[in-house]
Structure formats: C-alpha cells, structure tokens
Design a protein around this ligand. Structure first.
Ligand code: FES
Ligand code: FES
Length: 918
C-alpha cells in the first residue's frame, strides 16, 4: 500500500473510530499519535517487550510490529484504557496496585492486557501457566523480578472467580499509620490505567511549533573529526537547522565533577556535548538535526557527512594500557585515577603457607541497564525566560552544574524537571540527552523534543563499568582471615565522569563485611573507547564482590571449610571491634545475627540440592551458593537534602522535594516520611499532596542514587513536616488551621534540611574514613541446576536474607529485592554489552524473560538492628539486592559441579569451558 492514505474503521475500546492512515504505519503509532491512547507504551519497538500489547479480536498483539494495513476494518481493539478507569478499576488493575507491580509502571499496561486475555481464556491458571503466558506474550519487566506480577494475576483471578473482592486485595490503614505497612504508592492507580504519562507521551502534547530532533551519531569507536558537511541535510524537507559543535553557545563540554582530586589526572571536562575534534566512542553525538517531524529529522541526520580519520580503538583495560596505546584524551594518560585502601599493619605474605592463601583473577562485565522506557526528553524557554529541560534525570539539581556551562546558560536561567520516568537503575545519574536538548532549544529558540529508539538507547547511554579484579586472601589455620591484597582496574569508557567515585567504591567494598585486619588494595580507573561508564544499581560493589567474595569462596574450598561458615566466622563482630575496609565501625553490628537467621535457610537449601543430586542421572547437577553483599547509603563523606512542607488554604499539606522517582518509590518514600511526621496533627495520607522534581519549584534534595534517598530525603521530608507540625501546635496541644496560622502571623511554609557529615573525614591517600551514615547487608543463597552437556545454568530458587533496617513499606522493599535479584541473575548468566554489533537490542543483550528466572524468590528481613543515623531506623534498600547475587550464583555452579568460574556472564560456553578444566 506504500504511502497512500486510506480510511480505516476500527472498534477501539467499544467505540467505532474512523481514521485516515498510511499503510506502513504501525498500529501503536495510530493508537498513540492519532488517538492519543498513550496507555499503549512503546519500549523496544521491535516486538520484544510487550509494553505495546493490545487485544485485537481477543488475541494479545504487539502493536509496535503490526502495520495498520494488516488490521482489517471493524477489528475489535482493546487498549489499557478499555480495561478499566481510575473510577472503575478492573480487578487486575487493583491487584497490580496491591502487589506493588507498578514500580516504574512502564510495562504495566502491556502486562495487564496479557493477563486479561489469559484470565478470559483460563480463569483458574497455575503460577507456572501465568509465567509461561507472560513469557509467550513477550512481556518484559525490568523492575519487579516478575514474582509480584504472577502473584497479582493469581489474586485478580480469585476476584474474578468471586472468591475475593477487590477491597480484600488493598491494604487500608486502620490507625492512620502507613509506616511499615503495604500502603499502595500514590502513582500506582495512574500507572495501571495507562494515564501516567511518560516523556514520549508528553512530547505528543507539545505546541505545534515544536521541533523534533534526531542525532547524527558516530559509527566508529575512535577517530579524529576532519570535517562535517551539513549542506545536503539542510536542504531536506522539514529541516529547520543542523546544529554542530560550532553552534553550541557554551563550552561544549559536560562538567564531569571531579569528586576525588588526589591522584586524579583529569579535570572532568572531557566529554563533549557535540563532538568537535574527536569521536571517543560508538554512538557519540556529532550533530543535531531539528525538523518539523521526527521522521524528517531522522532522514536528514542520515544525510550529514562526517569526514573521519579512524584511530585504533581500545575496547578493554588491557588494550588501553598496552605500551603502544595512544592517549584517548591527548595529554591525559589512559590510566588516569588511582585510589588505595591501606588498612591496618603491613602483612608478610611470605609467611603464609600455600594452603592458607588464594589468589584469584575475576571479571565483572559491562552490564547494560535495559530499562524499558527509551531515553527521551524535551526542552523549551519558559514564561520567565528560563531554559527548561525535561528528562528522566535522577539528579535534576546535580545535573544543572554539570551542563550549564557547556550549553552556555547561567545557572539561574536553567530549570530542570524530571518527567514520569521508566526505570533507570542508575544510568540517569549522568546527564544523557539534557545538554543536547538544552543546546537545541537555545539555538533554535523553539520547543524541541528528542526521542531515542531502543537501539540508540542501548548503544548511546552509559553502562556498568567492567571491573578487572586481582585479589589475594590469606587466613590462619582456623580460617580466620588475616589479610587481603588487591590490584584492580575499572574500565570507565572514554569519559571520566564519576570514574573516581566508582573506583573508590572498590576501596570501600572489596572485603566489605569481613573482619580483615590488613588490607592493601590499589584500584585504577582507565579510559577506553568502549561504552562510557554510568552509574548502575549497587555501583561498584558488584565489581568489588566479584573479587573478594569469590576469593573467600575459593579459600574456604581450599581449606575444607564450609563456605557459609567461613563467611560467618569472619564477619564483623562487636566483640572483636571489627572495622570496615575504610577502618571505621559499621553502623550496626548485625551480621552475626544475620548469619544465624540465614543458616537454617542455607541448610535447607543444601538438603534440597543433595536430594536433587541423588535423584539426578548426573547430567543435571545441583548446587547452592553463598555470598555476602554490603553497600553504604548516601553520597560518601558528606551529603545534604532539603524538603519543604506548606500548609494549604484547604488545610491539606503540600510536600515538595526533588526526590526523583525511577520506579523505586520516591512518591511512597516521601508520603510515608511526611505522613509519619504529620499524623500527630491528625493528617491522613489523603491530606498530603506531593510536588516533586522541578528545580524552579522544588528544593535540592540531591540525586536519587546510592540508596541515599530514604536516609537523606526521607529525613529532610520528616524534618520539614515536623517543623510544620511544631509551628501549628498551640499551647493547649491542639493545632492551628491555615486561617489561624495566617491570623497569628505564623509562616505556613516549613523547611527541612538533613545533613550528613562523616565523623572521620576521608583520607584520600589511604581510603580510610567513615563514609556512610548507614549500610545494607544481604546474604545471597541461590540454588542452581547446571546442565553439564549444554552448559546452561538455571537458578531454581533464590533466597536473600537481608538487613536494611526498618522496612518502611513491605511491597516497595519487596519489589526492590525481587527486581534486583533478577537483575543479578541476568548479570551472572546472560546480560552483556561487549559486542557492539550483536548487543543492540534487549533480547540480544540477554534480558531475562519471565521463564528465565525462578518464581521462587524469597526475601527474609532482619529488622532487629535499627539504623541509628537514619530515618525511622531504615537504611536504603535499592542497591542491596544487586551487590553480590552474581558471585553467589558462580559459587553455586562450583558447588554443583566443581567448575570454578570467575567471570560474568557465565554463558553456556563459559560454563562448558570451566567444566572441561576441572
Ligand atoms: S514489543 Fe512493542 S514496544 Fe516492545
Ligand atoms: S515496572 Fe515493569 S518495567 Fe518498570
């Protein structure tokens, strides 16, 4: 049918619609862009994620891959908008809310659509059938680990069968208390009804003069730029302007914010907004095309000619450190930062008998984040003349100083807003599209929007920085660890941004959780031409524990000590005045109790795998692994967060902060913190309105990363609300109304600031100090089945026994753990971004689908050690489940087979190779 226009008559959500379409347009485009049924989300755009699922004549259909020409007239189509509404929720939508399924919520409409068809066909499915159905419908979720989605479907099925009511599913507070309950997050209802607009949805509602942007991106990994010819592109239809580095009003560099200047050879200004002299990595932005439509912009981007002198590309640390390697940033050595951990006295390694010592080399890979919502954003000059940038930023106030000078805008004229964001898992701790949007809006003086597709999202944005670890560990004859030595490298890609901080995490977490009297580790950051390193959940600790946790497992095996008991015997103990690798006391001594809590689980797991092995013919071997993960909450050394609370004329409270949400539950965290402080004055949760993440209207709460937000922004929120309650309180113990506050001349605006300053400041020479107000501790116990013929590994059950202090909201914290554990399974077994030609979509990057992971995820909380410096005794939780699940899985493979693997992902070929080498 080509480009011809045809009239299509469709029955959509029970309404007959007559629409003019072009035959090659996709059904998702028609639904979203013509009919504004934006509950249909487009994630991958390639039929891999199910976010765009709709029901077409009773069948689940991925609308992003269906050309409208293939949809017959009078087809019945149901989108999420036709399933239920905010006023009349379907049982599936209620269950999705009640079971904490709508974390970022980007996948929720597509899952609910699939579940609806399943329950129409099979009203009483088993959990296995639900999981298999989602798998078949290609539904992906990156946040929840799938378990809550299966539970919610089972619960909704029970409601539809009349065995329960919708009300039975939802938690309702009985004593005006939501702290420590399963109260449903405020954004859930909109997420499950498809009314929660993400950035790409917002972009559809922009004014008619909005310019749509497309990037010209590098297709080589390292090159000198000799020239850029935009003349042909500028003549193409709809093109308004092609913007190159010479048009950027500012310094054209992102400020990478050097955090740790000692032994850092960078000044942080190495990442161009638009490449001018060099290309540093595949996907680098070289030019921006601004046009009337996205299609026109993308077409013109292809017509921009870039003359390159291709240079050798260094795609790993060994390549970048080869003697003949040139400097990626001329004038700065490729190994540009070094941090050391020097704890305790020197250790005489020559005195250790061979049988009491191990040395291992390990590799933690370039894990891709694989959030489902592609990177997107938009920008404009607002009514006050402020350059306003909307994006998925999880650090709006952090990003302003990072991009202002590069764009060429004064800080006071820059405003950043976080859109409703799909998961980020940390990649948005760094700016991605923000500076590009800012430059385009400034240069064109028009509103602009930039939507990446999934290919661009995967190939352009940052990844977990690989860690090359070399660790030695020594113990006495009883297995008590005496010393650790390490020489480790982080491949941070071509940009130094936060590379010092990340590498410093090795100093802080190699050996963490173990009482080690002497540590000497040296950790370096290296420029390469592979993907630039951005934050990823658990930031630095997955690399650290791939070193020290595997080392202790090897040492236990060598010394014939049970690996669980080896760890337990060496954990931090108050009676021994144990210190962390940075030489400070931990926030609480909870690990002895945690091992005691985990021990029965470990023994049960051992028994299960023994029984399975006894019943197996030997082709499949079963094993249980163990590891300990630790992570600190907050930006280290010093941190601050601010929040505001305002009593409103209608006697409700407006709570404002910049606690960015990327699915982890900033809305729930803010509401819980605020409500717990306000309920003294009789406020109910519904009396509290949240306004978050607009730098013009909300204070600087710091970025939403490093599991800092509960501790820092939760406390700031609590303090603001406590201050408001104090101001409202009368001498007789009752509380003033808004009118009374005004009449008494009392300010209805209250501020809360929470500051953390390390009790012992960081010594950059030795890495010693007291960097965090609180820590999270998790023991991982995966049970695996290894197919010794194919090398395929399946995690059949995953238990995590954790201490993150007080659990402030059970379903939110559960959701963080389930999702993190599944990301850990992916990191251990499948996820990769090494091959730039192959790893270009979600499937090829190895994202786990529902049947790839166990339903049997068990999280056990220890809450008997409230954190003294935190909020209501809670530490953070988001990083905890991804600290060390992957070494535990490798340790389980060893337990099953005797094959020791020290790199991830342990794909079948890696496992087979290790089996051969036993
Ligand atoms: S399957 Fe359609 S957006 Fe992913
Ligand atoms: S809640 Fe499923 S992708 Fe975020």
């Amino acid at each position: 049918m080509g480009k011809g226009v045809t009239k299509k008559i469709l029955n959509i959500n029970g309404v007959r619609r007559s629409i003019l379409v072009r035959g090659d347009e996709k059904l998702s485009t028609i639904l979203r862009e013509r009919l504004l049924l934006t509950g249909c989300k487009v994630g991958c755009g390639q039929g891999q994620c199910g976010a765009c699922n709709v029901i077409m004549d009773g069948k689940v259909t991925r609308s992003c891959i269906v050309p409208i020409s293939n949809v017959p007239d009078f087809t019945e189509i149901t989108t999420i908008e036709g399933i239920g509404t905010l006023d009349d929720l379907h049982p599936l939508q209620v269950a999705w809310m009640a079971y904490g399924c709508a974390q970022c919520g980007f996948c929720s409409p597509g899952f609910i659509i699939s579940a609806k068809v399943l329950l129409d066909e099979n009203p009483d499915p088993t959990r296995e059938e639900v999981s298999a159905w989602f798998h078949k419908c290609r539904n992906l979720c990156r946040c929840t680990g799938y378990k809550p989605l299966i539970d919610a479907t089972m619960a909704a099925a029970a409601v539809l069968r009349g065995e329960k009511t919708k009300e039975d599913l939802m938690f309702t507070p009985t004593d005006n208390r939501i702290l420590g309950t399963e109260y449903v997050r405020p954004s859930a209802a909109m997420k499950v009804t498809g009314t929660w607009d993400f950035g790409a949805d917002d972009a559809l509602y922009m004014p008619p003069d909005t310019l749509r942007l497309a990037l010209v991106q590098a297709e080589v990994s390292h090159a000198n730029i000799k020239g850029i010819d935009t003349s042909e592109a500028e003549k193409m239809p709809g093109v308004y302007q092609v913007i190159t580095a010479k048009d950027v009003p500012g310094k054209n560099r992102i400020n990478g914010l050097v955090m740790l200047p000692l032994n850092n050879k960078c000044d942080g200004w190495d990442r161009p907004i638009l490449c001018d002299e060099k290309v540093f990595q595949y996907g680098d932005a070289i030019a921006i095309v601004a046009a009337d439509t996205e299609e026109q912009a993308r077409a013109a981007a292809k017509a921009v000619k870039v003359d390159l002198e291709v240079l050798p590309a260094y795609m790993s640390v060994p390549e970048a450190l080869a003697p003949d390697a040139i400097e990626i940033h001329p004038g700065i050595p490729n190994e540009y930062y070094e941090t050391n951990c020097i704890k305790g006295p020197d250790f005489d390694w020559d005195s250790v008998p061979e049988e009491n010592m191990v040395e291992i080399e390990s590799y933690c890979s370039r894990q891709p984040h694989m959030y489902l919502e592609p990177d997107n954003g938009y920008a404009y000059i607002d009514e006050d003349g402020m350059l306003t940038i909307h994006s998925k930023s999880i650090g709006i106030h952090l990003h302003m100083p990072m991009i202002a000078e590069g764009i060429g805008v004064e800080m006071e004229n820059l405003r950043m807003v976080q859109n409703n964001a799909g998961g980020t898992f940390g990649y948005k701790f760094s700016p991605t599209n923000e500076a590009l949007l800012g430059v385009a809006a400034l240069v064109t003086q028009r509103p602009v929007s930039l939507n990446f597709n999934m290919y661009q999202t995967i190939t352009y944005t940052g990844k977990r920085s690989p860690g090359f670890m070399n660790i030695k560990l020594a113990a006495d004859d009883d297995g008590k660890i005496q010393a650790l030595w390490g020489r480790n490298y982080i491949d941070h890609g071509p940009y130094s941004e936060f590379g010092d901080l990340l590498t410093h995490r090795l100093t802080q977490f190699v050996g963490s959780g173990l009482d080690i009297p002497s540590i000497r580790s040296k950790n370096s950051t290296v420029f390469t031409n592979h993907a630039w390193g951005s934050a990823f959940r658990a930031y630095g600790s997955p690399q650290a524990f791939m070193g020290s946790d595997i080392a202790i497992d090897c040492l236990a095996a060598k010394m014939g000590i049970d690996p669980f008991e080896m760890r337990a015997m060496n954990c931090y103990k108050e009676s021994e005045d144990s210190r962390t690798p940075t030489g400070c006391k931990p926030d609480v001594y909870c690990l002895e109790d945690l091992y005691d809590l985990a021990r029965p689980k470990y023994l049960e797991a051992k028994k299960r795998v023994e029984e399975k092995n006894a019943a197996s013919d030997g082709k499949i071997k079963y094993g249980v692994g163990v590891s300990l993960g630790v992570y600190g909450c907050s930006l280290d050394n010093s941190d601050v967060s601010e929040c505001w609370a305002d009593l409103q004329p209608d006697n409700t409270v407006l709570v404002r902060n910049s606690w960015e949400d990327h699915g982890q539950g900033a809305d729930m965290g803010t509401l819980t913190s605020a409500h717990e402080a306000l309920r003294e004055a009789g406020f109910k949760p519904e009396d509290i309105t949240l306004f978050q993440c607009d730098s013009k209207h909300t204070p600087n709460s710091g970025p939403a990363g490093g599991s800092r937000s509960t501790v820092m922004s939760g406390n700031a929120t609590r303090i603001a609300c406590e201050n408001l309650v104090k101001a409202m309180k009368k001498d007789d113990g009752t509380y003033r109304t808004y009118e009374e506050m005004k009449a008494d001349g009392i300010d209805t605006h209250a501020k809360g600031v929470y500051t953390f300053t390390a009790s012992v400041a960081l010594d950059q020479e030795t890495g010693q100090g007291d960097p965090f107000p609180a820590y999270m501790y998790s023991i991982f116990l995966p049970e695996v089945a290894v197919d010794t013929e194919t090398g395929k590994v399946k995690v059949e059950k995953f238990t995590c026994v954790t201490d993150v202090g007080t659990v402030m909201n059970k379903s939110v914290v559960d959701g963080q753990f389930y999702g993190g554990l599944v990301q850990g399974i992916g990191l251990a077994l499948t996820e990769d971004f090494e091959d730039l030609e192959k790893h270009t979509n979600l499937l090829r990057c190895g994202i786990p689908y529902p049947m790839d992971v166990p339903y049997d995820l068990e999280v056990v909380y220890q809450e008997s050690h409230p954190r003294p410096k935190s909020l209501f005794g809670a530490a953070g939780c988001g990083e905890a489940p991804l600290t060390a699940p992957h070494p535990a899985i490798l340790n389980a493979i060893y337990n099953a087979t005797g094959a020791r693997i020290t790199r991830v992902p342990a794909k079948p070929e890696v496992v087979l190779e290790a089996l051969k080498n036993i």
